[in-house]
Ligand binder design. Structure first.
Ligand code: ATP
Length: 242
């Protein structure tokens, strides 16, 4: 049984079909990078999986259970956490208060405020600072920390490096590497292809709401991914995912 199964998923914005019948499987312990040009449908797909965007057709199953009709908070409680694009923190609340929201929303497990502080040492001195006063890197660390506090089995990261300096992006990716080594299953959307290919075990490339290339990262060349990204040349799907 796959940890996540997405079948025939359709999601719309009004009349626009942003995700057009997407299908893939994700096994426990895999790291899936979803790449694609602006407007390819990546964010809509992630939000639909997490329950933050309505699903017009198709199904999402998590740990063998059909969660298509479950609201976002029930999916979080089941072990599926989304770090949304733009972080969406509560600016008037402190770092610690934002982290505790994750604790209340999720499952019991080993993630505590202290463990998040150890994972993101840049937050230690900012623990009681309001989130609206944080730098971009500190906000991103808080957003990832809040998701980790739900003790997720599947962590979904939407463009976590957007707007951050290269140094801070390195730090965020060190933490993602650590999570991967611990066996956390991850889906990440990343604009930086090199980063995505470095960290991922599997890659999906989307174009105009559809998967145009999918496979194990080791079996795809950078040219394969770049061509699919821009809709150039013959498109192919490898074994593995989906
Ligand atoms: P980006 O990298 O720019 O975030 P993306 O691959 O994540 O792109 P989506 O944000 O999912 O793509 O957008 C998919 C399509 O849906 C695009 O055509 C986009 O213009 C459209 N879209 C996204 N959000 C909305 C919205 N709130 N209202 C209307 N259309 C939207």
């Amino acid at each position: 049984m796959s940890l996540l199964s997405v079948d025939g998923l359709v999601a719309r914005h009004g009349l626009l079909e942003a995700v057009c019948g997407v299908q893939f499987r994700l096994e426990a312990g895999e790291t899936l990078a979803i790449v694609g040009a602006n407007g390819a449908g990546k964010t809509t797909l992630l939000r639909a999986i997490a329950g933050a965007h309505p699903i017009a057709a198709g199904t999402v199953s998590f740990r063998g259970e059909d969660v298509t009709a479950l609201p976002a908070h029930r999916r979080t409680a089941a072990g599926l956490a989304l770090v949304p694009e733009g972080r969406r923190l509560f600016g008037q609340m402190t770092v610690e208060e934002n982290l505790m929201l994750g604790r209340f929303a999720g499952r019991t497990g080993s993630w505590t405020v202290e463990r998040v502080m150890d994972a993101f040492p840049n937050l230690k001195e900012r623990r009681r600072a309001k989130c609206s006063h944080l730098s971009g890197g500190e906000q991103q660390a808080t957003a990832i920390g809040r998701a980790l506090m739900t003790n997720p089995e599947l962590l979904i990261l939407d463009e976590v490096s957007l707007g951050l300096s290269p140094l801070i992006v390195d730090r965020v990716y060190e933490q993602i590497d650590g999570l991967v080594r611990e066996g956390t299953t991850i889906i990440l959307v990343e604009q930086n292809l090199s980063r995505a290919l470095e960290v991922a075990s599997n890659v999906i490339c989307m174009l105009e709401g559809q998967i145009v290339l999918a496979g194990a990262a080791g079996t795809l060349s950078r040219d394969d991914v770049t061509n699919a990204y821009f809709g150039l040349g013959r498109v192919r799907a490898h074994g593995g995912t989906p």
